[in-house]
Design a binder for this molecule. Structure first.
Ligand code: SF4
Length: 296
């Protein structure tokens, strides 16, 4: 049986994550030990890789006062930022500029007196940070939540950057009948939506999809849900989780990866598939050698 393995056109590290990792690595050349507030990205293998370079995650309650601290791409609450600026010897801000833009909207809308709905997951650090910038009335709604039981004369809506456009559209549609003035900022990041649409397109042409990324990464989980609705799909964090048996009856295998999955893990998974196929002359060392890869 002829086998093909292709990578979704947009997969793996996004701009904001690349930027955060670069800032952390640059800082580590000047400081032997640096801390990040929580894991810098939702990928345990990358976090371990950085730990070996002296960049370690700590929880908020264990923040040291003698080491530089990196704010990760999801951003942090207003209160915590203030505390860091007062207590840390230096603060390296790796908040993604798109997340920062969303925070600026939250701040401005609340200043203008709009109750603000954040479309997002209550426990996600980005959403917790966003909410902290809203001084007045605010609500966090995800897909399963009911709308607030009241009519609004005016209302604003923003979204967690990694939510799906379809879910955001549905929410806006539901809000329209109960609001006179509705202000909507589409703060969903294009890196997320293009990863979703290219995974969807590849899933339609595949008989197995393999989604690579942290089990704790919400954007990876979203890719899994999208692909799994179309075709049999596996979610793995690294190559060793892949069992060759599952590939035996498959001829078109699609690969995709969340925005926090490093290239080297995608390459390892591709090479594991080639080893399963006993096609060792096709082993590669760079992501650009995987069929379907497109530089962003
Ligand atoms: S997914 Fe988008 S908003 Fe989030 S870190 Fe990446 S580029 Fe920034």
């Amino acid at each position: 049986m002829k086998k093909t393995v292709r990578l979704a056109k947009n997969a793996g590290f996004c701009f904001g994550v690349k930027r955060a990792i670069n800032l952390a690595e640059e800082a580590s050349s000047d400081h032997p030990e640096i801390v990040t507030l929580g894991p810098i990205i939702h990928n345990p293998q990358m976090v371990e890789h950085l730990r070996r370079k002296g960049i370690s995650p700590v929880e908020e309650d264990d923040l040291p006062t003698d080491k530089p601290v990196i704010i990760r791409s999801h951003g942090i609450t207003k209160e915590l930022r203030k505390r860091l600026e007062e207590t840390s010897p230096s603060v390296i801000d790796a908040t993604c500029p798109y997340v920062d833009n969303c925070m600026q909207h939250a701040k401005q809308l609340s200043k203008e007196g709009y109750p603000v709905i954040i479309y997002g997951n209550k426990d996600h650090p980005e959403v917790i940070a966003l909410k902290s910038y809203i001084a007045g009335e605010s609500y966090i709604l995800s897909d399963e939540d009911r709308l607030p039981d009241k009519r609004f004369s005016k209302l604003a809506v923003i979204s967690q950057t990694t939510k799906s456009i379809e879910g955001f559209q549905k929410l806006i549609g539901k809000l329209i009948p109960s609001v006179k003035e509705l202000r909507v900022f589409n703060t969903i990041c294009a890196a997320t939506s293009v990863r979703q649409s290219s995974s969807y397109n590849l899933a339609k042409e595949s008989d197995l999809m393999i989604v690579i990324g942290g089990k704790n990464s919400s954007n990876t989980q979203m890719l899994f849900n999208i692909c799994n609705n179309i075709v049999e799909t596996l979610h793995i964090e690294e190559a060793e989780e892949l069992d060759c048996k599952i590939l035996e009856e498959k001829s078109n295998i699609g690969l995709t990866a969340g925005a926090s999955t490093p290239d080297w893990i995608i390459v390892e998974v591709y090479n594991k598939i080639m080893k399963c196929f006993r096609d060792e002359e096709k082993l590669i060392s760079k992501i650009k050698d995987i069929p379907g890869y497109k530089e962003e």
